[in-house]
Write a protein that binds this ligand. Structure first.
Ligand code: AMP
Length: 270
């Protein structure tokens, strides 16, 4: 597959010193959304699909922490090595460390194509910090999509998941196998099982979700931003439902605001 025109997310994954190889063109109406949902509901897969459709950058805190893991131990600060230890066991990384990483990348929130936040925020403290950042950057979230899936399916998805070591594309050994064993269809990279997709870590992650992340559903619902989408079925189908939910929100918002201009009523894409 030709990956030459895909955004490599360098500025997000490696921080300010790096520049993205291909910035999307400036859109009249860039999409800015948060994806919520338990680990394993498919946020990463949906973020990648939505990113292809809308041109918005896929901002995953999990991906940037995994990127930090690829640095040699001498390059890693003490705080970062302790953060990676939390991650390895399926626990949440402390808010201060995650927030420092996100704040250093605040330029990505101004991405001309918009953004899709995947895995952030994960606690009420992070959601509050994001809100302040958005206000400071004079930006607004368009929606928060909450992907819903029964717990039994979540465990099956996590334990069969394989991730590309190079481009981070996500596969599943039965429901979305790669064409060639252990090889990424997108870039030819090696597929591996994340440490935190192993059985003991899955239990810890689901507990962390219930305790710290599930309260965000009420937080964003109270702000009128939340839209729930069932996450069972084929990724393409779920993506279509998500796009329909986003477009519906757009039309509803235009109707409530009385703004009937094409920009207000139009799709998120130009
Ligand atoms: P993910 O790829 O989103 O499933 O994240 C993998 C792991 O990275 C999580 O289980 C946490 O250990 C850590 N992590 C990612 N994002 C956050 C966050 N916003 N807050 C705390 N920990 C995070």
């Amino acid at each position: 597959m030709d990956t030459s025109s895909q955004n490599d997310r360098a500025a997000w994954l490696r921080g300010r010193i790096a520049k993205c190889a291909h910035l999307p063109g400036r859109l009249a109406r860039p999409l800015r959304v948060v994806l919520l949902g338990a680990p394993g509901v498919g946020k990463g897969t949906q973020a990648a699909l939505l990113s292809q459709r809308y041109g918005a950058c896929h901002l995953s805190t999990g991906d940037l922490l995994r990127e930090a893991k690829t640095q040699s131990s001498r390059e890693q600060t003490l705080a970062m090595s302790s953060a990676l230890n939390f991650m390895r066991h399926g626990a949440l990384v402390p808010d201060t460390i995650v927030w420092q990483l996100v704040r250093e990348r605040s330029g990505c929130f101004q991405c001309p194509g918009g953004f899709i936040l995947d895995g952030f925020p994960r606690t009420l403290a992070q959601a509050g910090a994001l809100q302040h950042l958005m206000e400071a950057e004079a930006l607004q979230l368009d929606a928060v999509i909450n992907f819903e899936l029964p717990a039994s399916e979540i465990v099956a998805r996590l334990s069969g998941r394989r991730t590309c070591a190079t481009c981070k594309a996500v596969f599943h050994i039965t429901s979305q196998p790669p064409q060639f064993a252990d090889t990424c269809d997108r870039c030819g990279g090696l597929l591996y099982q994340r440490e935190d997709d192993r059985a003991q870590a899955i239990v810890v992650r689901l507990q962390a979700y219930e305790r710290s992340t599930a309260p965000l559903i009420d937080f964003y619902s109270a702000k009128g931003l939340l839209t729930s989408v069932p996450a069972a079925g084929e990724p393409e189908q779920i993506c279509l439902h998500t796009m329909a939910a986003l477009e519906e929100r757009k039309v509803n918002r235009a109707a409530h605001s009385g703004d009937a201009s094409p920009a207000a009523r139009g799709l998120f894409v130009v």
